[in-house]
Design a protein around this ligand. Structure first.
Ligand SMILES: Nc1ncnc2c1ncn2[C@@H]1O[C@H](COP(=O)(O)OP(=O)(O)O)[C@@H](O)[C@H]1O
Ligand SMILES: [Mg+2]
Length: 512
């Protein structure tokens, strides 16, 4: 005793919410799943009526293995266990029947007729193959949609498929890839399970006016709007309606496309939803070169990540033509993929601001005060006197004599370091006071900001320049140091021998 009866008219009404294109895909799908070399589809209006006649014929020598499957919903489909075949539900062609006023399925084991009187089994047997024929109510628009649906098909290379006598053109894949993807396969007891399996994926260029689609072995499943049609050559995890897949499946497929089509991706692709969706969900599966390619397309070859630990580095990057990628430009998973593959380095690593001292660096070699020459003493005295007038705070000066330290000078927190090794003896002789003042303005500017490219630093420099001019006018004697230096130097025979010292301290400072 059966538990269920099916209300055919009710089922037909439910199907009305979808277009009728599916009837083509279902019947062709069944024919392609068999040992077939040729399939003929025809669809035409029954002259002078609102009905259309649909036939789908194949040349599979065996025909229906079990003719009762023509009318038994959810009978155990043999194809469930075979990931390389499309059918599994044993439902869909019954939905086509539900739309028909009358129909006939004729095969090698007999013929079933369906009409208003019900279902009849006839003994008429075909020598080979099966043919479905039915009449159903269709508007011209629906017929047109069905014709369009047939041209969406990607026929397998070993089966020629005709529509109203015309062969559907073959499509040559642009590329193929092999990947492991989730699929559906029945276990030994016939229960349909999700599993993973290696498969081929074909990529096709959409033809003019076509929206890219995801295909299951040549049958369209869902329009994706991606760059290419993707034809998965095994069962795709499908809803019973066969018109959707889990979002994470689609993004996984997309990530495989990205991985395999890196060189063909364009700037538009890199910012498109399909690519971003793939990186979003499966960025961890994309290799370094794919991620590199995507960020190169989005941000160019010269790119750095905004680096909060080195504000000046970000500005240096901009001034050198880099695109600075900010946190909000990429989603969290995108950043994870970028960081994992070092596809965008922080500005502090690419265009670092000068860092005179580092906590793990060698101690700076300082020239002890007792070894200062008269010229050094005079310049230091000049700075010590002028410094507080310029920045309103004491300025301590030390002289370094370190061949390994590449900077002229550094300033930080009231401490000015002048590098005797780099500035040289001549500089200290102060033949040009403006050279000394130039360095002094630059270094004391760091009293206001460590960042050379900040408004605060710029403003500080302006203030120092203005203040120097004021002081020069009010107290010219402050600036007569060079004469004194020269006199002192001449009086003392003035050679300087720099002796490295071994006691130093670490501090933060900015260099000029
Ligand atoms: N043209 C055909 N030739 C042979 N068998 C067919 C044909 N059309 C339908 N069938 C049989 O009908 C059933 C269709 O079920 P299937 O395609 O697995 O379901 P669905 O498409 O709903 O997932 C299968 O058992 C299949 O063998
Ligand atoms: Mg089927």
């Amino acid at each position: 005793m059966q538990w269920f009866d099916v209300d055919k008219a009710g089922l037909a009404k439910l199907l009305a919410r979808r277009g009728k294109e599916f009837i083509i895909h279902e019947l062709v799908q069944n024919a392609w799943d068999e040992d077939t070399t040729r399939v003929d589809v025809s669809l035409a209006r029954v002259h002078g009526s609102r009905m259309a006649r649909l036939t789908v014929e194949d040349d599979n020598p065996n025909g229906f293995a079990d003719l009762s499957h023509a009318f038994t919903l959810f009978a155990e489909s043999e194809k469930k266990a075979d990931a390389g075949k499309r059918g599994r539900f044993n439902l869909r062609e019954k939905l086509v029947l539900a739309l028909c006023d009358e129909a006939e399925i004729s095969s090698t084991r007999g013929t079933i007729q369906f009409d208003c009187a019900g279902r009849r089994h006839r003994r008429i047997k075909r020598a080979q193959g099966s043919v479905f024929s039915g009449t159903l109510r269709m508007t011209q628009e629906e017929i047109d949609h069905c014709e369009k649906a047939i041209h969406q098909l990607i026929p397998p290379s070993n089966i020629t498929t005709h529509f109203n006598g015309v062969k559907i053109g073959a499509r040559k894949p642009l590329a193929t890839a092999v990947a492991t993807l989730p699929t559906e396969q029945a276990d030994s007891e016939g229960f349909l399970r999700r599993t993973s399996r290696s498969t081929t994926i074909e990529l096709h260029e959409p033809e003019d006016g076509e929206t890219a689609m995801l295909y299951e072995m040549g049958i369209p499943v869902i329009p994706t709007g991606d760059r290419w049609h993707v034809n998965v050559m095994q069962k795709v995890p499908l809803t019973v309606d066969r018109d959707n897949v889990p979002p994470t499946y689609l993004s996984l497929v997309r990530s495989i496309v990205i991985e395999n089509m890196q060189r063909k991706l364009t700037v538009d692709d890199a910012t498109s939803t399909w690519v971003r969706d793939a990186v979003q969900r499966h960025g961890d599966k994309l290799g370094g070169s794919a991620i590199q390619r995507l960020v190169e397309l989005r941000f160019g070859e010269k790119r750095v990540a905004y680096d909060p630990s080195d504000p000046e580095a970000n500005k240096l990057a901009v001034s050198r033509g880099y695109t600075v990628v900010h946190g909000g430009n990429l989603s969290r998973p995108e950043w994870e993929a970028v960081k994992r593959t070092n596809a965008i380095l922080p500005a502090g690593q690419v265009t670092p601001s000068p860092k005179p001292f580092s906590p793990d660096g060698e101690p700076l070699k300082v020239l002890p005060e007792e070894r200062w020459t008269p010229e050094i003493k005079a310049v230091v005295a000049y700075i010590r006197r002028l410094g507080p007038m310029l920045v309103g705070a004491d300025v301590a000066v030390r002289i370094s004599d370190d061949p390994g330290w590449p900077y002229l000078a550094a300033y930080g927190e009231g401490d000015l370091t002048l590098n005797f090794r780099r500035l040289g003896y001549k500089w200290f002789r102060a033949e040009s006071l403006s050279e000394i003042n130039r360095l002094l303005i630059h270094e004391l500017g760091h009293h206001f900001s460590g960042d050379h490219l900040s408004a605060e630093y710029h403003d500080g420099l302006c203030r120092l320049g203005a203040r120097l001019a004021e002081l020069a006018l009010a107290e010219p004697s402050l600036f007569r140091i060079p004469d004194v230096i020269r006199e002192q130097a001449i009086g003392q025979g003035g050679r300087c021998e720099a002796v490295p010292s071994s006691t130093h301290e670490r501090r933060s400072a900015t260099v000029g």
